[in-house]
Design a protein around this ligand. Structure first.
Ligand SMILES: [Zn+2]
Length: 282
């Protein structure tokens, strides 16, 4: 009997990928044996997989769109050419300072979607990131899936993360990346009530969660390396991991050399910097 523990962290996707591979193997097995019983008795938890892929397909069809009046807006792409917004999810972590060093060296900016569960251990790096001018943004407290959470749970997760940011930088981020890219109208309504500006997805997935080799992450940028800043822009999804940090030390100079400006998400969307945070009274 297989039991899969789906952890709420950056490994969740690779675990699910493994599960998918296993699921596919099972399908082959099923065809070979023509015996559904064997599959059912040996394995559990495969039912969520097709649904996850369905979500990804839905995401891929959507670009920037105006949601209903009572919800925040949702963006997946930059609104002008010549810019790349690199977004780093699931930190803060062991690699955050290394990532900051790379962006500092090439006078570039990034956006960090942080989860509060890491604040106790790595929160000290957030103030330097904020002071260096990167966009600090929310990714919920513990990486919840909005489509599977009650209103109260969503409010609690956002409120807790907001408090963490208040303590660390005396400001509350107004941009959020919904974990798994899953956005619901209901979450959008709650986020608007709580003062958020926009939800941010991506249009370029490096799939850095699917490898532990920095060379694979560098290769994942090939389509960007082959593009021209005059007619291209990218909103790139990456994660706070060691091999991604190492890859960025090669990627960032290459992009700058190509003539791209590496900017925060708000600049790539053409939204004034003044809308990035709600500031707290000292
Ligand atoms: Zn995430």
């Amino acid at each position: 009997m297989f039991v899969y523990l789906i952890k709420v962290n950056r490994n969740v996707k690779s675990e699910l990928d493994e599960l998918k591979t296993h699921y596919e193997m099972l399908q082959i097995e099923l065809k070979q044996t023509q015996s559904l019983k064997v599959i059912e008795s040996n394995h559990v938890n495969v039912t969520s997989i097709p649904r996850l892929y369905k979500k990804e397909r839905i995401h891929n069809r959507r670009k920037n769109y105006q949601t209903q009046q009572d919800s925040i807006r949702v963006f997946s792409s930059c609104t002008k050419n010549g810019v790349i917004a690199i977004t780093i999810d699931d930190g803060p972590g062991v690699s955050t300072s290394r990532i900051l060093d790379v962006f500092k060296k090439y006078n570039s900016k990034a956006t960090f979607f942080f989860v509060g569960v890491n604040f106790e251990k790595y929160g000290n790096i957030i103030k330097p990131a904020f002071d260096e001018g990167h966009l600090i943004a929310s990714h919920t407290w513990s990486h919840i899936d909005f489509s599977e959470s009650t209103d109260d749970k969503i409010k609690e997760e956002i409120g807790k993360n907001n408090n963490g940011f208040r303590n660390l930088i005396r400001a509350v981020p107004r941009y959020i990346r919904p974990p798994y890219g899953t956005f619901t109208h209901n979450a959008g309504r709650i986020l608007k009530e709580m003062g958020f500006e926009a939800a941010v997805r991506w249009d370029y997935d490096t799939r850095d969660w699917d490898t532990n080799q920095s060379s694979n992450v560098v290769s994942s940028f090939q389509r960007i390396f082959d593009s021209k800043p005059e007619n291209s822009s990218f909103l790139v999804l990456m994660h706070d991991m060691e091999h991604s940090a190492e890859a960025l030390s090669l990627i960032v100079p290459k992009l700058v050399e190509k003539g791209y400006k590496l900017v925060r998400v708000d600049e790539c969307l053409g939204i004034p910097e003044s809308r990035a945070y709600k500031y707290e009274e000292l």
